[in-house]
Design a protein around this ligand. Structure first.
Ligand code: NAD
Ligand code: GLY
Length: 364
């Protein structure tokens, strides 16, 4: 078991990482956010697999627990569901002493976190992430929110949790495709910040694929450590530094939008997006061919896609990129590598380079 600290002055918190530790949820809760009333938000799948059991541990510890199991999937990050949750919380007598506990993937963390940020102007909040993506990315850093019909993550807040309880055993029930999608974000940290970590993943592929508890705890811990460093340096994304976490996301978001968020998981779109960004960096003379091939090989080793599927219209992807939130002064800001373990924000990319056949057409 290991504990990392996210240092954000009075918003600082611990991330506990280990195998089997979710079963001690009641102890963590009383240590991080003592309360007598818990609002546990989960989705219907996770509720059956884990949420129900964790709620029982809390009840057995003498806490009053109200469970809200919402439908599975991205559509639950909606204003309609948010209003429903607010009203249910009111009916259940939730007050500022209550604590919101999110048990689920990124959808649940984002939704429950936004409920916590807004109900009675702010409730304490604990994250218990159950997907790899949520364990290495969305549960840390305090970005919470919901979608508008036409725009993902458009309404939200920065609301840091009071603790993050990461139990890698919860990943045992995760479908392989969801696990792979989380690996895209893990590999991302190696590329943007830590060449040694990238190499460690290369050398320990089978242990990770076999869900060896120590290997899983290592990749989760190192990912959280790296994310925490970025969040500590730029909590509210004001200096631009936090944007390095968006490596692969400019192309990735456009790919997700082009497929109407239906055929590609977020991590899969990010995997392809990272290859596109690497190819763009190559076209601009920033990295060599070997860099691109090494990245593609590692992504493929975890069954992640590395090419834009043939049925996706490349022009539509390029057009959608211009609608990305990161367009600054009408120029796209790309996060581009210079070497393994280092990226830079680049805003003066020639449109022709982005459009270049070398990046887009060669990927099909
Ligand atoms: P998700 O929450 O929809 O979970 C994916 C699927 O896995 C769901 O069907 C869920 O029911 C299932 N699942 C979850 N845990 C399981 C388990 N242990 N066993 C079996 N099935 C399980 O999706 P996600 O990929 O975790 O998160 C995606 C969301 O995260 C998006 O909404 C994205 O915008 C958000 N996100 C937020 C941040 C942030 O910083 N806040 C960062 C990245 C992504
Ligand atoms: N997932 C990007 C961020 O937390 O800033």
């Amino acid at each position: 078991m290991s504990t990392l600290r996210v240092n954000l002055a009075e918003r600082s918190y611990d991330i506990a990482i280990g195998s089997g530790i979710a079963e001690s949820i009641a102890d963590y809760l009383q240590q991080w956010s003592p309360t007598s009333h818990v609002v546990l938000v989960t989705d219907e799948t996770v509720d059956e697999l884990h949420g129900d059991r964790l709620a029982s541990h809390l009840t057995e510890a003498g806490l009053e627990v109200d469970v809200f199991a919402v439908p599975v999937g991205e559509t639950s990050k909606s204003a309609d569901l948010l209003i429903e949750l607010w009203e249910s919380l009111l009916d259940q007598g939730t007050d500022r002493g209550s604590v919101v506990v999110a048990v689920g993937g990124g959808v649940i963390g984002d939704l429950a976190g936004f409920v916590a940020a807004t109900f009675t102007r702010g409730l304490r909040f604990i994250q218990v992430p159950t997907t790899l993506l949520a364990q290495v990315d969305s549960s840390v850093g305090g970005k919470v929110g919901i979608n508008l019909t036409e725009a993902k993550n458009m309404v939200g807040a920065f609301w840091q949790p009071n603790g993050v309880l990461i139990d890698v055993d919860l990943l045992a029930t995760l479908p392989p495709r969801e696990f792979a999608a989380g690996m895209a974000e893990v590999i991302k940290y190696g590329v943007i910040m830590d060449a040694e970590f990238f190499e460690w993943i290369e050398n320990n592929q089978s242990a990770i694929r076999d869900h060896d508890a120590e290997a899983l705890a290592h990749i989760v811990e190192q990912s959280c450590r790296l994310k925490a460093q970025v969040v500590e340096a730029d909590e509210r994304e004001t200096s631009g530094h936090r944007a390095i976490l968006n490596f692969g996301h400019t192309f990735g978001h456009a790919l997700e939008a082009a497929t109407e968020y239906k055929s590609l998981l977020h991590g899969e779109a990010v995997a392809i997006g990272m290859v596109c960004a690497a190819r763009l960096a190559f076209t601009l003379g920033r990295v060599d061919e070997g860099f691109c091939q090494r990245l593609e090989k590692l992504l493929a080793a975890f069954d992640l896609p590395t090419k834009i599927p043939l049925d996706i219209d490349r022009d539509a992807v390029l057009k959608l990129m211009w609608h990305d939130k990161k367009v600054a002064d009408n120029r796209l800001v790309f996060v581009l590598p210079t070497q393994l373990g280092h990226v830079e924000l680049v805003s003066n990319v020639d449109d022709n380079a982005v459009d270049d056949k070398a990046i887009v057409a060669s990927l099909g």
